[in-house]
Design a protein around this ligand. Structure first.
Ligand code: TRP
Length: 330
């Protein structure tokens, strides 16, 4: 069986696209001893958040992960900053990556191009080294990620291979996987763009924790087209196709069968909104319970951090010894 690692940054609001496209697959992929999932708060720090913001967002996202069904007995679920080995291995990764390859990363180039003279933390530049540490600490075989993160998994492979060549077989070489079942949910107002948590154009966005009436409103106003034919065709009919895909993903039906069922856009929108409200209802209930009981949430995360540290500590030590750093007290 393959060991799986994935992670989510506690920035922006978790939305329906995150859930149907990625997080739901994390739950599917849970296998005791093989699935590790993290809320990567250190990565979120690259955006210079206000004091107090990160911890709050981290707890909220962690509660979402348990609410969607990540099971602390089946998966290791932890907060990145609770496992200091991530920061420690990052330095070794930074020294193994080259300045040139980090400079060529698309995410880094995009961010610097958009910065327009504004502040860019060096963490944006070294971000892939921290991500490589995340992945390599758990002897990961598979990293489920969206297309935008594939390049980061590629550089992780390059760094790991270079390290292994220099110092011996320390790291397992991971690969990026895109789950076949992952739906690609688009913005409801701009259905050719992915629903995105940083560009919350609000009207096109469905948050996982949005109240039912807000969800219904968003779907009512979803952009369609003017030919009044319910048919799946992403190119010609992106809005209608997105609704069909959401409805299919939310109900577990095929796109073809939901497309057959509706003739009018209004009915399709109503049905999709209702399906999403029902899909999210139990998640929202469990999330509210956990947020009302921070002691329990902290306990779950401490349990996850303990398990993560056992594995991460062993890997870090292997790497340090392979390099030949003199061990403390030995
Ligand atoms: N960079 C990822 C994102 O922005 C988050 C992430 C950090 C991640 N570390 C990871 C994803 C390790 C997969 C594996 O979505």
């Amino acid at each position: 069986m393959a060991r799986v690692f994935s992670a989510i940054k506690p920035t922006g609001d978790v939305h329906l696209g995150n859930y149907l496209g990625a997080l739901r697959n994390w739950v599917e992929a849970q296998r005791p001893g093989e699935s590790v999932y993290s809320v990567v708060d250190l990565h979120a720090f690259t955006t210079s958040p206000d004091a107090g913001e990160i911890g709050e967002r981290t707890m909220n996202v962690a509660a979402i992960l348990f609410a969607i069904g990540l099971d602390p007995d089946a998966s290791v679920v932890f907060v990145q900053s609770h496992v200091p080995e991530h920061s420690q291995l990052t330095w070794l990764m930074e020294c193994t990556a080259s300045f040139g390859e980090l400079s060529r990363m698309t995410q880094f180039k995009d961010r610097t191009a958009r910065a327009d003279g504004g502040f860019i933390s060096a963490g944006i530049f070294t971000y892939p080294a921290l991500m490589a540490a995340d992945i390599l600490l758990y002897d990961t075989d598979e990293v489920p990620v969206g297309d935008d993160q594939r390049q980061h998994v590629e550089i992780t492979r390059d760094i790991a291979e270079r390290f292994n060549t220099r110092y011996g077989e320390v790291f397992v070489i991971p690969r990026a996987v895109t789950p076949a079942a992952g739906a690609r949910i688009m913005d409801l107002q701009n259905p050719t763009a992915k629903m995105s948590k940083s560009e919350q154009s609000d009207a096109g966005f469905v948050g996982l924790l949005d109240p039912p009436d807000a969800i219904v409103k968003r779907f009512k106003r979803a952009v369609t087209d003017s030919d009044n034919e319910v048919r799946h065709d992403r190119e010609a009919k992106p809005g209608v196709s997105n609704l069909l895909e959401i409805l299919a993903a939310a109900t577990g039906q095929t796109i073809a069968s939901v497309a057959d069922e509706y003739e009018r856009y209004g009915d399709l929108k109503t049905a999709t909104a209702e399906a999403v409200v029902e899909l999210l209802r139990p998640i929202q209930e469990r999330h509210a319970e956990l947020m009302a009981d921070p002691g329990e949430l902290h306990r779950l995360l401490a349990h996850g951090a303990g398990l993560a540290r056992e594995r991460a500590g062993a890997t870090l030590e292997r790497a340090m010894r392979a390099v030949g750093f003199t061990p403390p007290g030995a």
